[in-house]
Design a protein around this ligand. Structure first.
Ligand code: NAD
Length: 421
């Protein structure tokens, strides 16, 4: 298909923003005529990255102030990779300036800002897509394909987590001008829910026939960061002994309108290997991300299909190969492996396609607000000792009777085989 050229500005050019921009420049039909970061040398580096890829075919301008960039540039969209507390205000300004938005992940600070995000998108007709790359991960997509084929029966329960040892990144936030530090100093709750909740929400049809109705969240004590400081920076480091607000582990349970439950864990302050704990369980079987030294696999049990009753099997070899999502069989995908094993490129390609077609994105503003709102709701629940809090309906009742999602290669509601022939 002939690609329409689209003009995307990039705001926030630290490690993530610069890396994603480099990949975005590889998506056919995308040009990046403007970049922005508050830190001048990051902005300059961003300009250099674009110049190298643009090879003189177009100009790129750098900005310190994103509002000036929005005023001066004629952009179709922006990609925002700043900090958790700045994503939504920037996205709102960008939509008001006539741009579609692709926004990096992170939790919301308040329910009010989530509603403002939704209403701005509705009023301007511009979309805001959370760039939740894990929705396009190979394992999650193969499981999604199996769920849609009914292999797990009716889904009853899902689990996930963001279990990622980020002690150095959090503690050294001032030295490295990185955004996580102040959140862990001042907020207690599920600060980063979307990597695990995105794929689960799509499996459970959240906002399209189902919705989250309530959650409870409980946080442990906080010891991991001070232990890391003691061992790595010494007891003279000014943050040693700091009374960290965020508990080392926050566990959240969500209840869905159709009866399913979801458990997620936020776990970034203790030594441990990375895991998203992806688990899906239904009336016919269960799949569970494998936490072992054996690498990126999962275990699965399907009643009547697995070789032995009551015994786990490995997922990758036998099941993933058979039920691979067609996007992961597609030549374009298989031949292009960018960041995080390929899912970064896929989310960028999905975003660019929606911008080029000026059409509904696979992760829309209702998904974005719902997934991000978990953080603000979790903070409320933790502060009340784990009391249940009601989950807002950002769709204003539309979830019970919405038009079907736009079909396409990158669709996350259905597997659209007709796009892969
Ligand atoms: N999807 C993923 O797999 C993934 C991976 C890493 C990070 N992230 C997310 O991406 C985002 C960026 O991550 P990072 O590690 O690069 O963070 P970071 O804190 O290192 O960088 C944020 C950058 O945004 C800039 N910035 C902040 N406010 C700004 C504003 N108003 N205008 C212009 N620039 C502004 C800062 O100067 C900084 O350079 C975070 O939300 C993070 O959670 C996602």
């Amino acid at each position: 298909m002939e690609q329409k050229t689209c003009r995307i500005g990039c705001i926030g050019l630290s490690g993530r923003g610069a890396g994603m921009m480099e990949l975005l420049l590889d998506v056919p039909g995308v040009i990046v005529p403007a970049v922005c970061d508050l830190v001048e040398e990051r902005m300059d580096k961003g300009v250099e990255i674009v110049k190298k890829k643009a090879k003189g075919e177009y100009d790129v301008r750098g900005y310190i102030d994103y509002k000036t960039m929005l005023d001066n540039e004629d952009l179709d969209a922006v990609f925002v990779a700043t900090t958790w507390i700045t994503h939504i205000p920037i996205a709102i300004d960008a939509m008001k300036a006539g741009c579609h938005v692709g926004m990096e992940v992170g939790g919301a600070s308040s329910i009010e800002e989530c509603f403002r995000l939704v209403r701005t998108s509705e009023e301007t007709g511009k979309f805001c897509m959370l760039m939740e790359n894990c929705c396009y991960d190979r394992k999650e997509m193969a499981v999604f394909n199996m769920v849609k084929q009914g292999l797990f029966g009716e889904i009853i329960h899902c689990e996930g987590g963001y279990r990622h040892d980020l002690r150095d990144e959090i503690v050294l936030g001032r030295e490295n001008i990185h955004g996580r530090l102040k959140n862990f100093m001042h907020r207690n709750g599920e600060l980063y829910p979307t990597h695990e909740i995105g794929p689960i929400a799509k499996i459970l049809d959240i906002n399209r026939g189902n919705r989250f109705v309530s959650l409870v969240s409980v946080s442990s004590k906080s010891k991991g960061l001070n232990e890391w400081i003691k061992n790595n920076k010494g007891e003279d480091y000014d943050l040693y002994g700091y009374d960290w607000c965020c508990g080392d582990i926050t566990t959240t349970i969500l209840k869905c309108a159709n009866g399913e439950t979801v458990t997620i864990n936020h776990d970034c302050c203790l030594p441990r290997p990375y895991s998203r704990e992806f688990t899906v369980q239904g009336t016919k079987g269960v799949v569970k991300e494998l936490e072992s030294a054996e690498g990126d696999d999962a275990t699965i049990y399907l009643e009547g299909i697995s070789e032995k009753p009551h015994c786990w099997e490995y997922f990758n070899e036998k099941y993933r190969a058979k039920y691979e999502h067609p996007l992961w069989r597609d030549d374009d995908t298989v031949n292009f492996v960018g960041g995080h094993g390929g899912m970064d490129y896929l989310i960028l390609a999905a975003f660019a396609e929606s911008v080029q077609l000026d059409a509904e994105p696979p992760i829309d503003v209702y998904d974005t607000a719902t997934w991000m709102a978990i953080t603000a709701l979790s903070e409320q629940s933790v502060s009340m000792g784990g009391s249940a809090v009601p989950f807002p309906d950002f769709t204003n009742g539309m979830w019970i009777d919405r038009a079907p999602a736009r079909r396409g290669k990158f669709c996350l509601e259905q597997v659209c085989d007709e796009f892969f022939e």
